[in-house]
Design a protein around this ligand. Sequence first.
Ligand code: AMP
Length: 211
Amino acid sequence: MTEQRRGIILIGAPGSGKGTQAKKMKAALGYAHISTGDLLRAAVAEDSELGRKAKGYMDEGQLVPDSLVIDLLKEALGGPEAQQGFILDGFPRTMAQADALDAEVTVDRVVALQVPFDLIEERITGRRMSKSGHVYHVKHNPPKVDGVCDATGEALYQRSDDTAPKVVARLAKFESETRAVIAHYQHKGVVVEVDGVGDPSEIFTRVMAVL
Ligand code: AMP
């Protein structure tokens, strides 16, 4: 069954700024921000059955099996926050996921963030996070106190998959699996490419202009 609610996909290589832009879009539009990466990290932190199944794949920069991620996504789409509209960040990453999504909902726009690969490694390896989801960069957006979240005082950490060797694996998966997803939505005529280089607020202006 397909239905009418606003559905936006943010797609792009790891480190292309999907999470940052999705948070801004959520604040501006009031739609649910559904990040399968965040949901999976929460499952790992809780040590749930799903988290235990997913952890090994995530630590290696590999994709978590489709069946697990699709179930997670369907549950999130069914939640009250997502009824008006939703912004998908990090899903779909494979054609099986795209097909499962298309069977559930209509996607109005796919925003494809374009960032040259040489910038991606620098962005990802310098990224630091707090448990509650605040994101910093050691050079471009450092916290006031080294290693401490400005907003919450939590210790900052580096994601286990944000190291240089894992970035290579993640980019390879993007090329071998996710490129086809972009082409799939291009055929449907809903993809808009947005330059993902620059200041996050400048990129956000570009994103809002194409929605
Ligand atoms: P992200 O935060 O989007 O970079 O996702 C972090 C990791 O979670 C990925 O490298 C994958 O291991 C896993 N993951 C997130 N979303 C998906 C997805 N749609 N399909 C498969 N694995 C995913």
